[in-house]
Structures are given as structure tokens and as C-alpha cells.
Ligand binder design. Structure first.
Ligand SMILES: Cc1cc2nc3c(=O)[nH]c(=O)nc-3n(C[C@H](O)[C@H](O)[C@H](O)COP(=O)(O)O)c2cc1C
Length: 198
């Protein structure tokens, strides 16, 4: 099963894998565990102490209600879509017992570039994945189409300067994920040497 609690934290991080949202099931985190996850998510580097992120949690009925909104928007965008496709949209958030939307909240700042604020929200997503694994849960960071839709932004209540950094699906794995091909790490590692200037 996945994750593997007998491994050290470092081993778990080194062997981390996402588990596809469709391969998640209950049980999900308790209320106390959810708070632990959010504490970990917020413990990210954040230049200027801006807190350029916030978290929107979906559990229980809220997942179905959000799915209804997704289905409605999808049917408007794709009127020719078959009923099965609309039904799949309706069921999206039901794939996991907990979905956390990580919202990136950037502001104009004289010293902190927006790029750095975006990255802090990305770090919050990654902390959620790692914390979930260390607590025995499996997770996947998805955006899918609905992270990039202005009407869904309104459904989520996003304000100016906000966008979805990710929907982190969290639950219990139904199967151990296979290893996947990884980028060649050695090709991506160099040790800088001072260039000889001509
Ligand atoms: C910002 C971001 C958005 C992603 N969105 C999707 C997505 O919409 N659909 C998808 O299949 N994978 C998406 N992924 C990839 C998965 O989260 C995951 O990394 C991938 O399935 C590989 O698994 P691994 O994390 O075990 O390497 C996204 C990753 C990132 C960083």
C-alpha cells in the first residue's frame, strides 16, 4: 500500500509518488488531521511575510455541490458533450474525501516580485502533498480545466489578484502507484565554475 509509514521522512520524500485522484478513497483526514495539513501547508517560505495564498477546503456535501457547478459550466462550454461527460464533471470532486484548493493571492509590492509570491503558493501545494504522505494519506495536485475558467473562479469566490495554484486531492490509496519515468537527474545537475572571461 502507499504511502509506506515504516520509511523515514527523507525516504518517503525521495520515493514520493502522486496517487491519481480516481485511485483515492476514504477514509480521509479527520478535522484534527485537516488542521495539521493546513498548518504544514502554511509553513512555507514567503518573502516579505505576505502570506500569498489561502486554502478552500471541500469535504462531504460541498464536493457534490461544487461538482454540480462544474457540470453546469461544462455543459455551457460544450453543449454537444454527451451526458456521460457531464456526469464525469459532476463527480470530479467526489474522487477524494478531501480536496483543498490552494489559492495564490498576489499583490503589487515594491520589493517582492509576483513571481516569488506565485512560487510560495506552489510550495504550499507541495507541503500539502508531503504532509499528507507523512500522515499516511495519498494525494495528487491537479489543475485540470476548471483552474483556468473565469466562471469557476467566481464560483470559488476568487478576488482580484487571486488564481488557483492547484486542487490537492487527498485520501487513502486504493493501490500502490507504479514508478514512472523520471527526468534524467544527472543531466540536470551541474557544478558552476567561474567562466574564463575573454
Ligand atoms: C501545477 C501542477 C498542475 C498539475 N495538473 C495536473 C492535471 O491537471 N492533470 C494531471 O494529470 N496531472 C497534473 N499534474 C501532475 C500530477 O500532480 C503529478 O505530478 C503527476 O501525475 C506525476 O506524478 P508524481 O507526482 O508521482 O511524479 C500537475 C502538476 C502540477 C505541478
Amino acid at each position: 500500500m502507499y504511502p509506506t509509514p515504516q520509511l523515514s521522512a527523507l525516504e518517503q520524500i525521495s520515493q514520493r509518488r502522486s496517487v491519481k485522484a480516481m485511485d483515492l478513497q476514504g477514509p480521509g483526514p479527520s478535522a484534527e488531521q485537516l488542521q495539521t495539513l493546513l498548518d504544514a501547508a502554511a509553513r512555507v517560505p514567503d518573502h516579505g511575510k505576505l502570506g500569498p495564498w489561502r486554502f478552500l477546503c471541500f469535504q462531504d456535501q460541498a464536493r457534490q455541490h461544487f461538482g454540480d457547478q462544474l457540470a453546469q459550466r461544462f455543459a455551457t462550454l460544450k453543449p454537444e458533450a454527451p451526458d456521460a461527460a457531464v456526469a464525469a464533471e459532476r463527480a470530479r470532486f467526489m474522487r477524494a474525501p478531501l480536496v483543498i484548493a490552494v489559492i495564490s493571492c498576489v499583490q503589487e509590492h515594491p520589493k517582492i516580485p509576483q513571481w516569488e509570491q506565485f512560487m510560495s503558493a506552489g510550495a504550499a501545494c507541495q507541503n500539502l502533498l508531503v504532509a499528507a504522505n507523512l500522515m499516511g494519506f495519498a494525494a495528487q495536485w491537479l489543475t485540470e480545466w476548471y483552474a483556468y475558467d473565469s466562471v469557476i473562479d467566481q464560483v470559488l469566490g476568487l478576488k482580484a489578484g487571486e488564481r488557483v495554484a492547484g486542487f490537492v486531492y487527498i485520501g487513502s490509496a486504493t493501490a500502490k502507484p507504479d514508478e514512472r519515468q523520471r527526468p534524467d537527474l544527472q543531466e540536470r545537475i551541474d557544478h558552476w565554475v567561474e567562466p574564463v572571461l575573454k
